[in-house]
Design a protein around this ligand. Structure first.
Ligand code: AVJ
Ligand code: FE
Length: 441
Protein backbone atom coordinates (compact mmCIF):
# COMPACT_ATOMS: atom_id res chain seq x y z
CA UNK A 1 0.00 0.00 0.00
CA UNK A 2 1.16 3.50 -0.65
CA UNK A 3 -0.94 4.96 2.14
CA UNK A 4 -1.01 8.39 0.47
CA UNK A 5 -3.41 7.08 -2.20
CA UNK A 6 -6.01 5.77 0.26
CA UNK A 7 -9.09 7.72 1.38
CA UNK A 8 -8.93 8.64 5.06
CA UNK A 9 -11.58 6.24 6.40
CA UNK A 10 -10.14 3.31 4.46
CA UNK A 11 -6.72 4.23 5.83
CA UNK A 12 -8.11 4.32 9.37
CA UNK A 13 -9.53 0.81 8.90
CA UNK A 14 -6.23 -0.34 7.43
CA UNK A 15 -4.25 1.08 10.37
CA UNK A 16 -6.58 -0.61 12.87
CA UNK A 17 -6.16 -3.96 11.09
CA UNK A 18 -2.40 -3.63 11.05
CA UNK A 19 -2.31 -2.71 14.75
CA UNK A 20 -4.47 -5.74 15.58
CA UNK A 21 -2.39 -8.10 13.45
CA UNK A 22 0.83 -6.96 15.12
CA UNK A 23 -0.71 -7.36 18.56
CA UNK A 24 -2.07 -10.83 17.81
CA UNK A 25 1.47 -11.85 16.93
CA UNK A 26 3.03 -10.29 20.04
CA UNK A 27 0.43 -12.00 22.21
CA UNK A 28 0.98 -15.37 20.50
CA UNK A 29 4.75 -15.13 20.93
CA UNK A 30 4.48 -14.24 24.61
CA UNK A 31 1.54 -16.53 25.51
CA UNK A 32 3.45 -19.50 24.05
CA UNK A 33 5.69 -19.74 27.12
CA UNK A 34 5.18 -19.53 30.89
CA UNK A 35 6.03 -16.54 33.07
CA UNK A 36 9.36 -18.01 34.05
CA UNK A 37 10.38 -18.19 30.39
CA UNK A 38 9.11 -14.65 29.81
CA UNK A 39 11.37 -13.09 32.42
CA UNK A 40 14.41 -15.28 31.74
CA UNK A 41 17.25 -14.27 29.48
CA UNK A 42 17.61 -16.99 26.85
CA UNK A 43 20.78 -15.45 25.45
CA UNK A 44 22.96 -12.47 26.37
CA UNK A 45 22.22 -11.19 22.88
CA UNK A 46 18.53 -10.88 23.60
CA UNK A 47 16.16 -9.17 26.01
CA UNK A 48 13.79 -11.16 28.18
CA UNK A 49 10.57 -11.51 26.16
CA UNK A 50 8.71 -9.50 28.79
CA UNK A 51 11.06 -6.55 28.12
CA UNK A 52 10.22 -6.60 24.40
CA UNK A 53 6.52 -6.70 25.22
CA UNK A 54 6.54 -3.71 27.56
CA UNK A 55 8.98 -1.85 25.26
CA UNK A 56 6.46 -2.25 22.43
CA UNK A 57 3.88 -0.60 24.67
CA UNK A 58 6.30 2.09 25.78
CA UNK A 59 7.11 3.19 22.21
CA UNK A 60 3.41 3.19 21.39
CA UNK A 61 2.69 5.34 24.42
CA UNK A 62 5.48 7.75 23.48
CA UNK A 63 4.52 8.27 19.84
CA UNK A 64 0.81 7.58 19.56
CA UNK A 65 -0.64 8.41 22.97
CA UNK A 66 1.62 11.32 23.98
CA UNK A 67 2.90 12.81 20.73
CA UNK A 68 0.13 12.25 18.16
CA UNK A 69 -2.68 12.17 20.74
CA UNK A 70 -1.36 14.83 23.10
CA UNK A 71 -2.74 12.73 25.96
CA UNK A 72 -1.39 12.55 29.51
CA UNK A 73 1.32 9.90 30.02
CA UNK A 74 0.19 6.54 31.44
CA UNK A 75 3.50 5.48 32.95
CA UNK A 76 6.15 8.23 32.77
CA UNK A 77 7.95 6.37 35.57
CA UNK A 78 8.95 3.49 33.26
CA UNK A 79 10.20 5.46 30.24
CA UNK A 80 13.80 4.90 31.25
CA UNK A 81 13.44 1.13 31.85
CA UNK A 82 12.24 0.56 28.31
CA UNK A 83 14.56 3.00 26.57
CA UNK A 84 16.82 0.71 24.53
CA UNK A 85 19.65 3.25 24.73
CA UNK A 86 19.67 3.35 28.55
CA UNK A 87 20.26 -0.35 29.12
CA UNK A 88 22.11 -2.87 26.93
CA UNK A 89 20.27 -6.14 26.32
CA UNK A 90 22.58 -8.09 28.63
CA UNK A 91 21.61 -5.87 31.60
CA UNK A 92 17.86 -5.94 31.08
CA UNK A 93 16.94 -9.03 33.16
CA UNK A 94 18.34 -7.35 36.29
CA UNK A 95 16.13 -4.26 35.92
CA UNK A 96 12.94 -3.84 37.99
CA UNK A 97 10.84 -4.69 34.92
CA UNK A 98 7.06 -4.93 34.85
CA UNK A 99 5.97 -8.49 35.61
CA UNK A 100 4.32 -10.46 32.79
CA UNK A 101 0.86 -9.63 34.17
CA UNK A 102 1.74 -5.93 34.56
CA UNK A 103 3.27 -5.79 31.09
CA UNK A 104 0.16 -7.34 29.54
CA UNK A 105 -2.09 -4.87 31.33
CA UNK A 106 0.16 -1.98 30.32
CA UNK A 107 0.22 -2.79 26.59
CA UNK A 108 -3.57 -3.27 26.63
CA UNK A 109 -4.15 0.11 28.28
CA UNK A 110 -1.80 1.83 25.86
CA UNK A 111 -3.52 0.14 22.93
CA UNK A 112 -6.98 1.25 24.09
CA UNK A 113 -5.75 4.85 24.16
CA UNK A 114 -3.97 4.46 20.81
CA UNK A 115 -7.24 3.31 19.20
CA UNK A 116 -8.95 6.35 20.64
CA UNK A 117 -6.21 8.56 19.22
CA UNK A 118 -6.64 6.84 15.86
CA UNK A 119 -10.35 7.67 15.89
CA UNK A 120 -9.55 11.36 16.30
CA UNK A 121 -6.47 11.74 14.08
CA UNK A 122 -7.06 13.42 10.71
CA UNK A 123 -4.29 11.13 9.35
CA UNK A 124 -3.22 14.26 7.54
CA UNK A 125 -1.69 17.65 8.29
CA UNK A 126 1.43 17.47 10.42
CA UNK A 127 4.14 15.23 9.05
CA UNK A 128 3.89 12.69 11.87
CA UNK A 129 0.21 12.05 11.09
CA UNK A 130 0.15 12.42 7.29
CA UNK A 131 -0.70 9.11 5.65
CA UNK A 132 -0.90 7.59 9.15
CA UNK A 133 2.92 7.62 9.35
CA UNK A 134 3.24 7.45 13.15
CA UNK A 135 0.79 4.53 13.28
CA UNK A 136 2.68 2.79 10.48
CA UNK A 137 5.96 3.38 12.28
CA UNK A 138 4.57 1.89 15.50
CA UNK A 139 3.11 -1.12 13.66
CA UNK A 140 6.50 -1.72 12.06
CA UNK A 141 8.23 -1.27 15.40
CA UNK A 142 6.01 -3.92 16.99
CA UNK A 143 6.52 -6.31 14.06
CA UNK A 144 10.30 -5.79 14.21
CA UNK A 145 10.29 -6.68 17.89
CA UNK A 146 8.09 -9.68 17.08
CA UNK A 147 10.79 -10.92 14.74
CA UNK A 148 13.34 -10.27 17.50
CA UNK A 149 11.14 -12.28 19.90
CA UNK A 150 10.98 -15.05 17.30
CA UNK A 151 14.79 -15.09 17.30
CA UNK A 152 14.65 -15.35 21.10
CA UNK A 153 12.35 -18.36 20.71
CA UNK A 154 14.96 -19.93 18.40
CA UNK A 155 17.59 -19.42 21.15
CA UNK A 156 15.37 -20.78 23.89
CA UNK A 157 16.05 -24.33 25.11
CA UNK A 158 13.36 -26.84 25.98
CA UNK A 159 10.40 -28.43 24.23
CA UNK A 160 9.07 -26.74 21.08
CA UNK A 161 6.15 -24.38 21.62
CA UNK A 162 5.65 -22.78 18.18
CA UNK A 163 3.91 -24.48 15.29
CA UNK A 164 3.29 -23.70 11.64
CA UNK A 165 2.79 -25.70 8.45
CA UNK A 166 5.91 -26.46 6.39
CA UNK A 167 6.74 -24.10 3.49
CA UNK A 168 5.70 -24.99 -0.09
CA UNK A 169 8.00 -27.26 -2.13
CA UNK A 170 10.84 -25.96 -4.26
CA UNK A 171 11.21 -26.16 -8.05
CA UNK A 172 14.23 -26.03 -10.34
CA UNK A 173 15.10 -22.53 -11.52
CA UNK A 174 15.84 -21.90 -15.21
CA UNK A 175 19.20 -20.25 -14.44
CA UNK A 176 21.60 -20.04 -11.51
CA UNK A 177 22.40 -16.36 -12.13
CA UNK A 178 21.18 -13.47 -14.26
CA UNK A 179 22.80 -10.34 -15.66
CA UNK A 180 21.59 -7.05 -14.24
CA UNK A 181 22.34 -4.49 -16.96
CA UNK A 182 24.53 -1.46 -16.38
CA UNK A 183 22.79 1.86 -15.80
CA UNK A 184 20.97 4.04 -13.30
CA UNK A 185 17.95 3.07 -11.23
CA UNK A 186 15.89 4.80 -8.56
CA UNK A 187 16.97 3.69 -5.08
CA UNK A 188 14.89 4.42 -1.99
CA UNK A 189 11.52 6.12 -1.98
CA UNK A 190 9.97 9.53 -1.47
CA UNK A 191 6.37 8.39 -2.01
CA UNK A 192 5.81 5.38 0.22
CA UNK A 193 3.94 6.92 3.15
CA UNK A 194 5.14 4.35 5.70
CA UNK A 195 8.76 4.20 4.53
CA UNK A 196 11.10 4.98 7.42
CA UNK A 197 13.62 7.80 7.39
CA UNK A 198 16.60 5.72 6.20
CA UNK A 199 14.72 4.63 3.02
CA UNK A 200 14.35 8.27 1.93
CA UNK A 201 14.67 10.15 -0.32
CA UNK A 202 14.42 8.45 -3.72
CA UNK A 203 17.62 9.09 -5.67
CA UNK A 204 19.26 7.82 -8.84
CA UNK A 205 22.21 5.47 -8.46
CA UNK A 206 24.40 4.20 -11.27
CA UNK A 207 25.15 0.48 -11.03
CA UNK A 208 27.70 -1.31 -13.22
CA UNK A 209 26.54 -4.51 -14.90
CA UNK A 210 26.79 -7.51 -12.59
CA UNK A 211 25.59 -11.07 -12.27
CA UNK A 212 23.45 -12.01 -9.30
CA UNK A 213 22.40 -15.49 -8.19
CA UNK A 214 18.72 -16.19 -8.85
CA UNK A 215 18.42 -17.76 -5.37
CA UNK A 216 19.98 -17.50 -1.95
CA UNK A 217 22.80 -19.95 -1.16
CA UNK A 218 21.29 -23.22 0.05
CA UNK A 219 22.19 -25.54 2.92
CA UNK A 220 23.58 -28.07 0.42
CA UNK A 221 25.81 -25.45 -1.19
CA UNK A 222 26.94 -24.17 2.18
CA UNK A 223 27.63 -27.72 3.39
CA UNK A 224 30.01 -28.17 0.44
CA UNK A 225 31.96 -25.15 1.71
CA UNK A 226 32.03 -26.60 5.22
CA UNK A 227 33.18 -30.00 3.95
CA UNK A 228 35.79 -28.48 1.67
CA UNK A 229 37.46 -26.98 4.75
CA UNK A 230 36.30 -23.45 4.03
CA UNK A 231 36.35 -22.59 7.74
CA UNK A 232 40.02 -23.58 7.98
CA UNK A 233 41.39 -21.63 5.03
CA UNK A 234 42.28 -17.98 5.72
CA UNK A 235 42.38 -17.19 1.99
CA UNK A 236 38.59 -16.96 1.97
CA UNK A 237 38.22 -14.77 5.04
CA UNK A 238 38.83 -11.09 5.66
CA UNK A 239 41.36 -10.41 8.41
CA UNK A 240 38.56 -9.38 10.75
CA UNK A 241 36.44 -12.39 9.78
CA UNK A 242 39.32 -14.80 10.29
CA UNK A 243 40.03 -13.39 13.75
CA UNK A 244 36.38 -13.71 14.71
CA UNK A 245 36.16 -17.24 13.28
CA UNK A 246 39.02 -18.25 15.59
CA UNK A 247 37.76 -16.39 18.65
CA UNK A 248 34.21 -17.74 18.37
CA UNK A 249 35.39 -21.14 17.12
CA UNK A 250 33.03 -21.05 14.13
CA UNK A 251 32.78 -24.24 12.08
CA UNK A 252 29.18 -24.31 10.77
CA UNK A 253 26.06 -22.14 10.83
CA UNK A 254 24.57 -21.46 14.23
CA UNK A 255 22.03 -24.14 15.28
CA UNK A 256 23.67 -26.84 13.16
CA UNK A 257 24.27 -29.83 15.44
CA UNK A 258 26.96 -32.47 14.85
CA UNK A 259 25.55 -35.91 14.07
CA UNK A 260 28.37 -38.39 13.60
CA UNK A 261 30.10 -37.27 10.44
CA UNK A 262 27.12 -35.16 9.31
CA UNK A 263 24.86 -32.45 10.64
CA UNK A 264 21.36 -31.92 11.95
CA UNK A 265 19.81 -28.63 12.92
CA UNK A 266 17.87 -27.29 15.86
CA UNK A 267 14.85 -25.35 14.59
CA UNK A 268 12.70 -23.89 17.37
CA UNK A 269 13.44 -26.95 19.51
CA UNK A 270 13.03 -29.57 16.76
CA UNK A 271 16.22 -31.51 16.04
CA UNK A 272 15.87 -32.47 12.38
CA UNK A 273 17.71 -33.19 9.12
CA UNK A 274 18.89 -30.09 7.28
CA UNK A 275 16.81 -29.59 4.13
CA UNK A 276 19.38 -29.33 1.31
CA UNK A 277 17.38 -26.94 -0.89
CA UNK A 278 16.46 -24.36 1.75
CA UNK A 279 18.47 -21.15 1.95
CA UNK A 280 21.12 -21.40 4.65
CA UNK A 281 20.22 -19.32 7.70
CA UNK A 282 22.01 -18.19 10.88
CA UNK A 283 25.33 -17.30 9.33
CA UNK A 284 27.15 -14.06 10.07
CA UNK A 285 28.45 -11.58 7.49
CA UNK A 286 31.97 -13.01 7.75
CA UNK A 287 30.76 -16.54 6.97
CA UNK A 288 28.71 -15.25 4.03
CA UNK A 289 31.71 -13.38 2.68
CA UNK A 290 34.02 -16.39 3.09
CA UNK A 291 31.57 -18.65 1.26
CA UNK A 292 31.28 -16.16 -1.60
CA UNK A 293 35.05 -15.95 -2.00
CA UNK A 294 35.36 -19.73 -1.85
CA UNK A 295 32.77 -19.90 -4.65
CA UNK A 296 34.74 -17.39 -6.73
CA UNK A 297 32.08 -14.74 -6.22
CA UNK A 298 31.31 -11.92 -3.82
CA UNK A 299 28.38 -10.52 -1.86
CA UNK A 300 26.20 -7.97 -3.64
CA UNK A 301 26.32 -4.34 -2.56
CA UNK A 302 23.18 -2.67 -1.25
CA UNK A 303 22.48 -0.74 -4.49
CA UNK A 304 23.01 -3.95 -6.48
CA UNK A 305 20.54 -5.84 -4.31
CA UNK A 306 17.93 -3.12 -4.54
CA UNK A 307 18.31 -2.81 -8.30
CA UNK A 308 17.92 -6.59 -8.70
CA UNK A 309 14.83 -6.45 -6.47
CA UNK A 310 13.07 -3.34 -7.81
CA UNK A 311 14.25 -2.36 -11.29
CA UNK A 312 11.82 -3.05 -14.11
CA UNK A 313 13.79 -2.88 -17.37
CA UNK A 314 10.57 -2.56 -19.41
CA UNK A 315 9.56 0.73 -17.80
CA UNK A 316 12.75 1.87 -16.07
CA UNK A 317 10.69 2.21 -12.87
CA UNK A 318 11.54 0.88 -9.43
CA UNK A 319 8.83 -1.32 -7.93
CA UNK A 320 7.81 -1.66 -4.26
CA UNK A 321 8.40 -5.41 -4.45
CA UNK A 322 10.13 -7.68 -6.98
CA UNK A 323 6.74 -8.83 -8.40
CA UNK A 324 5.10 -5.40 -8.53
CA UNK A 325 3.65 -2.78 -6.22
CA UNK A 326 1.09 -4.92 -4.38
CA UNK A 327 1.71 -6.31 -0.90
CA UNK A 328 2.86 -9.94 -0.80
CA UNK A 329 0.29 -12.72 -0.94
CA UNK A 330 1.09 -16.33 0.01
CA UNK A 331 2.09 -16.98 -3.63
CA UNK A 332 4.74 -14.24 -3.62
CA UNK A 333 6.97 -14.73 -0.62
CA UNK A 334 7.65 -16.59 2.60
CA UNK A 335 7.03 -13.78 5.08
CA UNK A 336 5.02 -13.08 8.22
CA UNK A 337 5.91 -16.23 10.18
CA UNK A 338 3.43 -18.23 8.09
CA UNK A 339 6.12 -20.91 8.14
CA UNK A 340 8.85 -21.46 10.69
CA UNK A 341 11.71 -21.91 8.25
CA UNK A 342 12.95 -20.60 4.93
CA UNK A 343 11.28 -22.22 1.90
CA UNK A 344 13.23 -24.31 -0.62
CA UNK A 345 14.63 -22.56 -3.65
CA UNK A 346 12.05 -22.09 -6.40
CA UNK A 347 9.04 -22.18 -4.06
CA UNK A 348 7.81 -18.74 -5.15
CA UNK A 349 7.92 -18.40 -8.96
CA UNK A 350 5.25 -15.67 -8.77
CA UNK A 351 7.50 -13.63 -6.51
CA UNK A 352 10.42 -13.35 -8.93
CA UNK A 353 11.69 -9.99 -10.17
CA UNK A 354 11.36 -8.99 -13.85
CA UNK A 355 14.96 -10.09 -14.37
CA UNK A 356 14.17 -13.52 -12.91
CA UNK A 357 15.68 -13.24 -9.43
CA UNK A 358 13.79 -15.34 -6.89
CA UNK A 359 13.13 -15.10 -3.15
CA UNK A 360 14.58 -11.64 -2.72
CA UNK A 361 11.81 -10.89 -0.25
CA UNK A 362 11.19 -13.33 2.60
CA UNK A 363 12.93 -16.57 3.59
CA UNK A 364 16.22 -15.09 4.86
CA UNK A 365 17.63 -11.62 5.34
CA UNK A 366 20.51 -11.26 2.90
CA UNK A 367 23.89 -9.95 4.05
CA UNK A 368 25.33 -7.29 1.77
CA UNK A 369 28.79 -5.85 1.39
CA UNK A 370 27.73 -2.31 2.31
CA UNK A 371 27.96 -0.19 5.43
CA UNK A 372 25.08 1.79 6.93
CA UNK A 373 24.84 5.41 5.80
CA UNK A 374 22.05 7.87 5.06
CA UNK A 375 21.06 8.45 1.45
CA UNK A 376 21.90 11.84 -0.09
CA UNK A 377 19.41 14.27 1.45
CA UNK A 378 18.73 12.03 4.47
CA UNK A 379 16.78 13.67 7.26
CA UNK A 380 16.29 11.95 10.62
CA UNK A 381 12.56 11.54 11.27
CA UNK A 382 10.98 11.41 13.71
CA UNK A 383 13.90 10.50 15.99
CA UNK A 384 17.67 10.19 15.48
CA UNK A 385 17.85 6.92 17.41
CA UNK A 386 16.00 4.88 14.79
CA UNK A 387 18.72 5.19 12.12
CA UNK A 388 21.08 8.12 12.28
CA UNK A 389 22.97 7.21 15.43
CA UNK A 390 23.98 3.92 13.73
CA UNK A 391 25.39 5.50 10.57
CA UNK A 392 29.09 4.82 10.16
CA UNK A 393 29.08 2.20 12.94
CA UNK A 394 30.28 -1.40 12.79
CA UNK A 395 27.28 -2.63 10.80
CA UNK A 396 26.61 -4.42 7.54
CA UNK A 397 23.38 -4.08 5.62
CA UNK A 398 20.73 -6.78 5.34
CA UNK A 399 17.85 -6.72 2.89
CA UNK A 400 14.69 -8.53 1.91
CA UNK A 401 13.33 -9.77 5.22
CA UNK A 402 13.03 -13.34 6.46
CA UNK A 403 10.23 -15.86 6.98
CA UNK A 404 9.77 -14.05 10.30
CA UNK A 405 9.44 -10.55 8.83
CA UNK A 406 5.96 -9.12 8.50
CA UNK A 407 5.22 -7.65 5.07
CA UNK A 408 4.46 -4.26 6.67
CA UNK A 409 8.23 -4.06 7.28
CA UNK A 410 9.22 -6.07 4.23
CA UNK A 411 8.99 -3.74 1.21
CA UNK A 412 12.01 -3.84 -1.07
CA UNK A 413 13.22 -0.41 0.09
CA UNK A 414 13.31 -1.52 3.76
CA UNK A 415 16.82 -1.38 5.24
CA UNK A 416 18.11 -3.53 8.08
CA UNK A 417 21.58 -3.61 9.59
CA UNK A 418 23.50 -5.54 12.21
CA UNK A 419 27.01 -6.22 13.43
CA UNK A 420 28.93 -8.44 10.98
CA UNK A 421 29.37 -11.13 13.67
CA UNK A 422 25.67 -11.63 14.43
CA UNK A 423 24.18 -15.07 13.72
CA UNK A 424 20.99 -15.24 15.80
CA UNK A 425 19.05 -13.22 13.24
CA UNK A 426 17.36 -15.06 10.35
CA UNK A 427 20.11 -14.14 7.90
CA UNK A 428 21.57 -15.88 4.88
CA UNK A 429 22.89 -14.44 1.61
CA UNK A 430 23.18 -14.79 -2.13
CA UNK A 431 26.25 -14.26 -4.31
CA UNK A 432 27.05 -11.86 -7.13
CA UNK A 433 29.98 -11.24 -9.45
CA UNK A 434 31.27 -8.48 -11.71
CA UNK A 435 30.19 -8.57 -15.34
CA UNK A 436 32.75 -6.06 -16.57
CA UNK A 437 34.96 -8.63 -18.27
CA UNK A 438 32.11 -10.27 -20.16
CA UNK A 439 30.74 -6.83 -21.05
CA UNK A 440 33.91 -5.57 -22.69
CA UNK A 441 34.77 -8.91 -24.29
C1 AVJ B 1 16.18 -2.09 12.33
C2 AVJ B 1 16.04 -4.29 13.23
C3 AVJ B 1 18.10 -3.02 13.43
O1 AVJ B 1 15.87 -4.22 16.23
O2 AVJ B 1 17.61 -2.97 16.49
C4 AVJ B 1 13.52 -1.79 17.05
C5 AVJ B 1 14.68 -2.09 14.80
N1 AVJ B 1 14.61 -0.08 16.32
N2 AVJ B 1 13.41 -0.80 17.95
C6 AVJ B 1 16.56 -3.25 15.92
C7 AVJ B 1 14.28 -1.34 16.03
C8 AVJ B 1 14.08 0.25 17.51
C9 AVJ B 1 16.16 -2.36 14.75
N3 AVJ B 1 16.60 -2.94 13.45
FE1 FE C 1 12.49 -0.94 19.81
Amino acid sequence: MTAADIPTEALRTRVAEQLRRARDRSVALTDAVDDDDLVRQHSKLMSPLVWDLAHIGSQEELWLVRDVGGRVPLRPDIDDLYDAFQHPRADRPALPLLSPAEARTYVREVRDKAFDVLEHSPLDGRRLEAGGFAFGMIVQHEQQHDETMLATHQLRSGAPVLNAPPPPPGRPLPAAEVLVPEGPFTMGTSIDAWALDNERPAHDVHVDAFFIDTAPVTNAQYLAFVEAGGYDDPRFWSEEGWAYRAKADLNAPRFWVRDGSGWLRNRFGHIEPIPPDEPVVHVCFHEAQAYARWAGKRLPTEPEWEKAARFDPATGRSRRFPWGDEDPGPEHANVGQRHLSPAPVGAYPDGASPLGVHQLVGDVWEWLDSDFHGYPGFEAFPYREYSEVFFGGDYKMLRGGSFGTDPVAGRATFRNWDHPIRRQIFAGFRCARDASREQSA
